[in-house]
Ligand binder design. Sequence first.
Ligand code: COI
Length: 356
Amino acid sequence: MDLTELRLKVDKVTDSAISKVDWVNLPFGKVFTDHMLMMDFVDGCWQEPQILPFQSIPMHPAMSSIHYGQAIFEGLKAYRHNTEKVSIFRPDMNAKRFNESAKRMCMPQIPESAFIEMVRKIVEIDQAWVSEIKGYSLYIRPFMFATDHWVGIKPSETYKFMILLSPVASYYSELVRVKIEPYFTRAAKGGVGRAKAAGNYGASLYPAKFAQDQGYHQLVWTDASEHKYIEESGTMNILFIIDDVIITPTEDEDTILRGVTKRSILDLARYWGIQVEERKISVEEVINAAKNGRLQDAFGAGTAATLAQIALIGYEGTDYHLPPVETREISNKLKSYLSLLKIGQSEDIFGWNFPV
Ligand code: COI
């Protein structure tokens, strides 16, 4: 099937599990909706996608992705505007990034229009799960993994593409405490840092645990060769405001994930006339700015966390505290505009909301 005209097989549940959800105590990514989407890649082409009741899937113990990590994912969200209307935030960006990740990991492409339609269709079916509670959304997790039954190492010939949906509240419930990492590395030049490859996240856990044991939420990753330049923070892109200028590491380096939330923040900031610099930013520049009171703000940007303001930055045993959050005019304005835009309560200047 070439997926130019997408046909989808749908098998719906008879009883929804939605009434069992504890919306007040909703952990991130542990509750799933009634349905999931599944599509196999066999004999060089994608087979008919199916939406079916959420269930476990059988797994061969030699399945190549669990041995060699040929696995990628995406994360995007759907939001409720009102009782009738739900929209998805910029799914075209995720479709594009998914294919970039697939290319780097030697995996098959999915036409962007088919990716978007599969996402739209499953959200439409489970739209009752998009909560209207403030700050809540439906996290959409498309992913692909190699399924050959073979422990020899070569690109798999078969793959599974799936989409899961999970209702979520805010990812961080408080301001984020981060620590600049002087030794460990998330990604090196020529590696897979730009791809949303499963292994990038697995490899980050051990260094992140050290930081968490010291009371931080996350690390700020630095470059692999000298640990002098800032790259990302945990699973988010990172942005700083020094002297009223938003500065964020350039995406020209293939060590940095091309974030949809970050791109939206930068587009919006430029539209509002705020100066933005996408360039190399050194640890020294950030720490000096913090020491002499010029570091006005620092925040992470990611789908799960949205815009997460940073409380303090730890470096070489000292914690540099950022100004009180009430004084952070730019990030407060960006955060508020973006969250209202996604629920249809501020003007969608760029046409980022994709209706379901
Ligand atoms: C996302 O923001 O979608 C992420 O990649 C974070 C996820 C690892 C929880």
